[in-house]
Design a protein around this ligand. Structure first.
Ligand SMILES: [Ca+2]
Length: 345
């Protein structure tokens, strides 16, 4: 879920680490500054006993590669390069196959939770290539390393460490065998432990919540995450836009803009914008050096709750569109009726 980190904050994080490390060596201090909450604080936060947390800490191992991955200087890719990573023929085709194979569950998720099938497919497609790459790091090690040896985000990751221990208790998992991304995200939709605790659901009613091998649970849980983060059933997501004149001031306004203000400022879209709803203008770098614009609506904001990068949200949206078109095409080939889209165009 946070696999593709916000590029700016990642860069800032790397800078912070470099600054902290150089300060440490200047003062001849050990090179690990531990800003994590204490075990007592983590116990109070999570409700897990200190004894249990300490036992988990004793089993965890520091992994330098994870720190290297988090702190590697990384220049943000422009949209047109980022897009090529995710909008590929193989990912669209595999998305169509995933859709067809799990159509019934996807339709049930749409009916019960309001999120269209192609969005659920696209999230699982971008996160793990439909469950093929769920990560090979021990989640215990990943969250320990980042929670206790990565100053910029120790509070967040040490809490996720405690959440992970809590989750293992709840699900009766062996803490040493759970695998995930280098940031500790798990399963087909790459849920962090807090999201697993709060939004993962048992969608096939077998009494377990298994996002690793139970595709129905993974589908229901992604939809439930969106429902819990403000997805509006039947609403639009993202519209390409034209901007007459200067966009800088509009781009700074983030989610404060209304359709009325965008129209007044010379922004136009093919689909009519709601005049009063809050929305945001985005700029994307194109291959020819020009800038493309688009308006993200409430549901685009919901995708950014999954991962705060606007690049990520647009990749998910575009992949979902390709999957939806491929699916409709398949139905037409078979002479079946194409269902109306679960949202505005
Ligand atoms: Ca289940």
């Amino acid at each position: 879920m946070i696999k593709i980190l916000n590029l700016k904050s990642k860069k800032q994080a790397a800078k912070t680490v470099a600054a902290v490390l150089s300060l440490c060596s200047a003062l001849a201090l050990p090179q690990t500054v531990n800003a994590a909450p204490s075990v007592t604080e983590l116990a109070a936060y999570s409700g897990v006993e200190t004894q249990t947390l300490n036992a988990a800490l004793a089993q965890a191992q520091y992994q330098q590669t994870i720190i290297d991955t988090m702190t590697r200087p990384y220049e943000g890719k422009p949209w047109w390069q980022y897009r090529k990573l995710f909008i590929t023929t193989s990912r669209i085709q595999a998305g169509l196959q995933f859709y067809l194979a799990h159509e019934k569950t996807l339709r049930r998720a749409e009916q019960e939770l309001g999120v269209p099938p192609e969005i659920i497919c696209a999230i699982i497609g971008v996160e793990t290539f439909y469950g093929r790459n769920m990560g090979n790091w021990k989640v215990l090690d990943a969250l320990y390393t980042l929670g206790f040896h990565y100053p910029p985000r120790e509070t967040y990751f040490s809490r996720e460490f405690a959440n992970f221990v809590k989750l293992c208790q709840r699900e009766n998992w062996d803490i040493n065998t759970v695998k995930g991304s280098y940031a500790g995200a798990m399963g087909m939709g790459q849920f962090m432990p807090s999201s697993y605790l709060n939004y993962a659901i048992d969608f096939n009613g077998d009494g377990k919540v298994n996002l690793f091998t139970d595709i129905e649970d993974a589908i229901g849980s992604v939809a439930n995450y969106f429902k819990g983060h403000g997805w509006l059933k039947g609403h639009g997501i993202y519209y390409p836009a034209l901007v007459k004149g200067e966009a800088t001031a509009l781009l700074k306004r983030q989610w404060e803009l209304s359709g009325r203000e965008l129209y007044t400022a010379g922004v136009s879209t093919k689909v009519n914008l709601s005049l009063d709803d809050k929305m945001r203008l985005f700029a994307y770098e194109l291959e020819d050096g020009s800038t493309g614009y688009g308006v993200g609506l409430n549901n685009f904001h919901a995708i950014m709750r999954y991962n705060k990068s606007p690049l990520y949200a647009r990749a998910v949206y575009e992949l979902s569109e390709f999957i939806r078109i491929a699916y409709n095409h398949k139905l037409q080939e078979q002479g079946q009726v194409v269902p109306p889209p679960g949202r505005l165009p």
